[in-house]
Design a protein around this ligand. Structure first.
Ligand code: NAD
Length: 483
């Protein structure tokens, strides 16, 4: 059975698309067609932006509403998402290969974020009055930044939409969302939730399409801010477009984070196996923040290699919709070929292939599967240690002491996530503080909505989550009083 949509959510209602072009979606596990949606055209983008603009500029509209009223809409959106959660998890899992058990974790953030930002906006003062130094008082006023273009990648599509929709709607912005062509069926479930939640006309539009459509949206004259999550290459192109327009942009990009195993770490997989897996291999390695460079002390090197080899060879590879699957297929044949290219490259560069290698996992004769692959006996200069692979491929890199581990961790173009594994909290904190990264975990890793999430260096500019994520959707105005 396939799910085929015929309309687009533009301006709060279902609308016929301007052209007959369509996006066909295949199951990553079976390669069979599982659905299709209209591909939005530039005419549809114009309509979506115009409707978002009208809604934003309406003097009595959404952007001027009492924040508590917008918070109610966000709370309803959270409820409607929850009603569709199982369908959403299944749609994401089928499309991008995310194991269903992992989808229940990684794609469960949206209601949490909608409620988190509803709460924040309820509590936030729109105006703050400060004593002036030259003026008598300065009133600092927060207002919504405007019409937002949200560009979403395919790897964790719902949560990465919610990191923009949650704070954006709370702030009073209107949003045009462009999902990736690989993950559009879940976007329709969110659209359905938005309609059911009574999100007012023009506040959310969803325009499925590829990078050219994204580029058109980003540069559209009706857009006030761009929120982009995706590859560093895509982010650079978006940043360039925004630079010439002087348009605010937040960029959540790629990563090549370090999982630093200190020499006092507990490597008993019965205790830490799940956390190690989540921090390095979740979603088949298709997560930006994963610690894909495992830094291992020389005096415990083989032990660390053995632990990860056990973790990877013990992880069940299979159909992403199977409850017991821990590693599913890659999201597309292009991504599968890219990962295979890196597996070949690592071996050709002389790394030891401890587990995996190219070729299909046993017993899986269809689907975009790769074998989870562990490289050892390589240094941080190898291509597989420097470039983002975005698959279940880890490299174990040896180091001498904590200072050397920190230096290797920092010897990267990226700085997004990472983790430190140790039984000494003080030592782990010292190492964590020294790593040049936007976020880091100690004895585990999972972004928490309370803390700003984002990268340094080629991992991006700006932060999502936390009050900082709300501030990204607000403009500040200072009113100086002299009377
Ligand atoms: P991608 O850059 O190819 O595409 C991401 C989105 O941007 C898609 O919707 C795409 O159509 C659009 N796009 C691409 N080029 C564009 C352009 N020039 N103008 C406008 N839109 C454009 O990335 P992907 O392959 O879909 O996603 C995987 C990448 O995303 C990885 O590099 C991963 O690390 C990164 N990512 C980062 C984070 C984060 O929060 N830092 C989170 C998830 C994924």
């Amino acid at each position: 059975m396939t799910t085929d949509h015929t309309q687009l959510l533009i301006g709060g209602g279902w609308t016929a698309p301007a052209t007959n072009n369509r996006i066909t979606v295949r199951s990553a596990s079976t390669e069979e067609i599982i659905g299709s949606v209209p591909e939005a055209s530039t005419t549809d983008v114009d309509a979506a932006v115009a409707s978002a603009r009208r809604a934003f500029d309406d003097p009595n509209g959404w952007s001027t509403w009492d924040p508590a009223r917008r918070a109610e809409v966000l709370d309803r959106l959270a409820e409607e998402y929850e009603k569709r959660a199982e369908q959403i998890y299944a749609a994401v899992s089928a499309q991008n290969g995310m194991p269903i058990a992992i989808a229940r974790q990684l794609e469960s953030f949206p209601p949490l974020l909608f409620r988190y930002y509803a709460d924040l906006i309820r509590k936030q003062q729109v105006e703050e009055v400060r004593d002036g130094i030259l003026a008598s008082t300065v009133t600092v006023r927060r207002s919504p930044i405007g019409v937002v273009a949200a560009i979403i990648p395919w790897n964790v599509p719902q949560t990465l939409t919610a990191t923009k929709v949650g704070p954006g709607l709370a702030a009073g912005c209107t949003i045009v969302i462009k999902p990736s062509p690989e993950t559009v069926l879940d976007a329709y479930l969110l659209a359905d939730a938005a309609v059911a939640a009574g999100v007012p006309e023009g506040v959310i539009s969803i325009i499925p399409g590829g990078r050219e459509l994204g580029a058109y949206l980003v540069s559209h004259p009706g857009i006030d801010k761009v929120a982009f999550t995706g590859s560093t290459a895509g982010g650079r192109a978006v940043a360039q477009a925004c630079a010439s327009l002087l348009r605010p942009v937040s960029l959540e990009l790629g990563g090549k984070s370090a999982a630093i195993v200190l020499d006092d770490a507990d490597l008993d997989l019965a205790k830490v196996g799940q956390s190690l897996f989540a921090a390095t291999l979740a979603n088949n390695g298709q997560v930006c923040f994963l610690g894909t460079r495992v830094l291992a002390p020389r005096n415990r090197y083989e032990e660390v290699v053995d632990a990860f080899a056990a973790l990877m060879s013990g992880a069940l590879v299979g159909d992403s919709l199977d409850e017991s699957t821990l590693i599913g297929p890659m999201a597309s044949s292009v991504q599968r070929d890219r990962v295979h290219g890196y597996i070949e490259r690592g071996a050709a560069d002389g790394a030891r292939v401890v587990v995996g290698g190219t070729g299909r996992p046993d017993g899986l004769d269809r689907g975009w599967f790769v074998r989870p692959t562990l490289f050892a006996d390589l240094d941080n200069n190898a291509a597989v240690a420097r470039e983002e692979i975005f698959g279940p491929v880890l490299s174990v890199i040896p180091y001498g002491n904590d200072a050397e581990a920190i230096a290797i961790a920092n010897d990267s173009d990226y700085g997004l996530g990472g983790s430190v594994w140790s039984t000494d909290p003080e030592r782990a904190t010292t190492v964590a503080n020294a790593v040049q990264t936007g976020t880091i975990g100690i004895n585990g890793y999972l972004p928490d909505p309370q803390g700003p999430f984002g990268g340094v260096k080629a991992s991006g500019i700006g932060r999502e989550f936390g009050p900082e994520g709300l501030a990204a959707y607000q403009a500040l105005k200072s009113v100086y009083r002299f009377d």
